[in-house]
Design a protein around this ligand. Structure first.
Ligand SMILES: CC(C)(COP(=O)(O)OP(=O)(O)OC[C@H]1O[C@@H](n2cnc3c(N)ncnc32)[C@H](O)[C@@H]1OP(=O)(O)O)[C@@H](O)C(=O)NCCC(=O)NCCS
Length: 229
């Protein structure tokens, strides 16, 4: 039985969140930005669900599932990826996209109010990361067509190393190659992820050091040039 890559649907959201929470449990960025003793899994679930709903309309949010002859809607989610489509910097943001971003922020604010806080998120570290990210983009994002930006990629631990990640990548890199557009990602893990992304055609472009006193989180910015053959 094969694997297929499908657009995210509302019904997939619980499976997607399970994969993300499982695959990122030991992620260095996640451990740096969240205070583990205050982490609220249910609040995190609600926040990710809002991000998924936003992604259905505004991103390339895809799931990997086992192909069932009759119905794949009930088959478990094995992997997930979320990519932002390229946005030329010269083009102003559309009203639709502005409204969608505003709606997501309002939902996240209501989540904070409902859970009386950010569920362990260290807001100062979040802003340290955002600041570093802005500096990195200003330095290395110079393509007027913009980039396919891989925001999330996760495969459930039992399905890792079997080609699911490659399928999730290729469903977008194939389009990027056809359009002649570059791809970009920020990995929070050096080993083994940088090597895995190199297999997908990405190259190291820059590192980001997010520092809060003695606690440092390194991120690895990687770029992929379109393949022409
Ligand atoms: C990173 C991740 C998405 C890759 O997905 P995957 O399904 O395990 O990867 P694949 O099996 O498709 O392997 C892709 C390529 O990387 C190689 N690879 C896989 N695991 C590897 C490892 N541990 N070390 C070196 N290379 C590896 C494979 O050989 C393959 O190359 P090939 O097709 O040229 O032979 C997945 O491992 C994951 O979810 N990890 C935990 C969450 C995470 O780190 N997310 C990203 C945060 S930045």
């Amino acid at each position: 039985m094969g694997i297929e890559i499908l657009p995210l649907t509302e019904a997939d959201i619980p499976g997607v969140i399970q994969v993300i929470q499982h695959a990122f449990a030991d992620d260095p960025y996640f451990k740096w930005v969240f205070d583990g003793s205050k982490f609220n899994k249910q609040r995190n679930y609600n926040s990710l669900a809002a991000r998924c709903r936003w992604g259905i309309n505004n991103a390339i949010f895809q799931v990997a599932k086992e192909k069932f002859p009759s119905d794949s809607s009930s088959s478990p989610v094995l992997g997930v990826s979320c990519w932002l489509p390229p946005h030329p910097p010269s083009k102003p943001e559309s009203w639709y996209s502005w409204y969608q971003d505003w709606k997501l922020s309002a939902t996240q604010l209501l989540t904070n109010i409902f859970y009386l806080g950010r569920g362990g998120l260290r807001a100062n570290r979040y802003w340290i990361w955002k600041d570093q990210q802005q500096k990195a983009h200003a330095e290395i994002w110079d393509d007027p067509r913009g980039y396919y930006f891989c925001n999330i990629v996760a495969v459930s631990p039992e399905a890792q190393g079997k080609g699911v990640g490659r399928m999730l990548f290729e469903s977008v890199t194939k389009i990027a190659d056809e359009e002649g557009v570059k791809c970009y990602l920020e990995s929070s893990k050096n080993v083994p992820n940088v090597q895995i992304y190199e297999r997908m055609g990405f190259e190291m472009s820059r590192t980001m050091e997010c520092r809060d006193g003695e606690d440092v989180c390194m991120l690895y910015c990687m770029m992929r040039n379109p393949k022409t053959e």
